[in-house]
Design a protein. Structure first.
Length: 140
């Protein structure tokens, strides 16, 4: 029984290490999207009625109450009411966009807070219809 408790304790400590104090992101695609720490890439075709999206998430070692986000990019718009908690969704249009999502202040559920500067950079490339601009430039 003691070995089981030690194994569980070791696993919980290891999982805490894996969840470092960082910002992760993903660029929304038609495939399964997965968060990446510090930097992410992606894109795809967009129909005329859909915008592209980049999702930022703060990873913290303690439970989060709220976060102050700073989104830096021309042409990227944080989605209304989506950037209060540990996730921030940013809408982008067609074309290539580089968006930096940073956390300036983080408020924890244990009533403590921290002044931080954790950032992730997302590079998104969305185009109209089903043809990649890369295929056109390569003569395909």
């Amino acid at each position: 029984m003691k070995k089981i408790y030690l194994a569980l304790l070791g696993a919980s400590i290891f999982s805490g290490v894996a969840m470092a104090d960082t910002v992760s992101c993903y660029v929304d695609t038609q495939a399964y999207d997965e968060y990446r720490e510090n930097q992410c890439f992606g894109g795809g075709p967009l129909s005329s009625y859909r915008q592209g999206a980049i999702v930022f998430k703060v990873n913290a070692s303690k439970p989060i109450q709220s976060v102050t986000w700073d989104i830096a990019s021309y042409g990227a718009t944080p989605r209304p009411n989506s950037c209060n908690g540990n996730v921030c969704i940013v809408d982008v249009g067609r074309g290539e966009h580089e968006v930096e999502g940073c956390v300036d202040k983080i408020y924890y559920k244990d009533y403590t807070w921290a002044d931080v500067n954790w950032c992730a950079t997302a590079t998104a490339n969305y185009w109209a219809g089903g043809h990649s601009p890369l295929a056109e430039s390569e003569g395909q």
